[in-house]
Ligand binder design. Structure first.
Ligand SMILES: Nc1nc2c(ncn2[C@@H]2O[C@H](COP(=O)(O)OP(=O)(O)O)[C@@H](O)[C@H]2O)c(=O)[nH]1
Ligand SMILES: Nc1ncnc2c1ncn2[C@@H]1O[C@H](COP(=O)(O)OP(=O)(O)O)[C@@H](O)[C@H]1O
Length: 181
C-alpha cells in the first residue's frame, strides 16, 4: 500500500491534537512526532507529544519544513515521518497552516489535509483555558500573527477537507464517514 500522511491543521484550540489522537486510536494511523523548542505543558511527554529540543539539538535534525510559531521553533523531520511509515502506511501529523502548505507542495497526493475551524473564535480561548494552558501563554499566542493567520483557510489549501469542530460528536461522525467506519 502506498504511504500516506493525514495533515491536521487549523488554529490553536481548534481540536487538531484531539482529531489526531482519534484517528490514531480508531483508524490505526501512526502519529508523526514533531520537534519543538517550546516548553512542555504539564501533561506532555518527550517522544510522545513532541521531541522537546533546545536550539542546538533542534538544529541537528533533517527537516521537511520548519516554522516559528508564537516565538518557538517547530519542525517535522524526515526521521519522524519515516519512523511512522515503518509502523503503518497511514500516518497522521499536526501542523500549522504554513507547514501544511509545504507538506502538500512536497508530498502532493500522499498528503491529505484536514483544516479544522470553529464558528466562534472566542471558543478557541476557552478551550486553551480548559486544556490548562497558562494565561500568559494564551495571551502570547492570541497576539501572535500565526494564531490569527491560522483561523482562515489559506488559498493554497482550498482543496482540503474542511471540518467544523464546534461539536465533537459531529466531528467524529464526519471522520468515521471520511475514513470509512
Ligand atoms: N509547520 C509545523 N507546525 C507544527 C509542527 N509541530 C507543531 N506545529 C504546529 O505549531 C502550532 C503550535 O503548536 P503547540 O504549541 O503544540 O500549540 P497548540 O496547537 O495550541 O496545541 C500548532 O499549529 C501546531 O500544529 C511542525 O513540525 N511543523
Ligand atoms: N469539538 C470540541 N468541543 C469541545 N471541546 C473540544 C472539541 N475538540 C477539542 N476540544 C477540547 O479543546 C481543547 C483544545 O483542543 P486541542 O485538540 O488541544 O486543540 P489544538 O491541538 O488544535 O490546539 C482540549 O481541551 C480538547 O479536549
Amino acid at each position: 500500500m502506498a504511504n500516506k500522511v493525514i495533515v491536521v491543521t487549523g488554529a490553536a484550540g481548534s481540536g487538531k491534537t484531539t482529531v489526531r489522537n482519534y484517528l490514531a486510536k480508531h483508524f490505526k494511523m501512526t502519529k508523526v512526532i514533531t520537534h519543538t523548542t517550546r516548553e512542555p505543558r504539564f501533561n506532555e511527554k518527550d517522544g510522545a507529544d513532541y521531541y522537546f529540543e533546545n536550539s542546538d539539538t533542534f538544529n541537528q535534525k533533517h527537516y521537511l519544513e520548519t516554522v516559528t510559531y508564537s516565538g518557538a521553533k517547530y519542525g517535522s523531520s524526515y526521521e519522524g515521518l519515516n519512523l511512522a511509515w515503518q509502523k503503518s502506511s497511514d500516518a497522521v501529523i499536526v501542523l500549522d497552516t504554513k507547514g501544511a502548505i509545504t507538506y502538500k507542495q512536497k508530498l502532493g497526493a500522499q498528503a491529505v489535509v484536514i483544516f479544522l475551524q470553529v464558528n466562534n473564535v472566542e471558543m478557541l480561548k476557552h478551550r486553551m483555558i480548559k486544556r490548562g494552558d497558562s494565561m500568559r501563554k494564551i495571551i502570547q499566542r492570541i497576539n501572535s500573527l500565526e494564531y490569527k493567520r491560522d483561523q482562515q483557510l489559506p488559498a493554497e489549501l482550498s482543496n482540503s477537507i474542511v471540518i467544523n469542530n464546534d461539536n465533537w460528536d459531529a466531528t467524529k461522525q464526519k471522520l468515521n464517514h471520511i475514513f470509512g467506519k
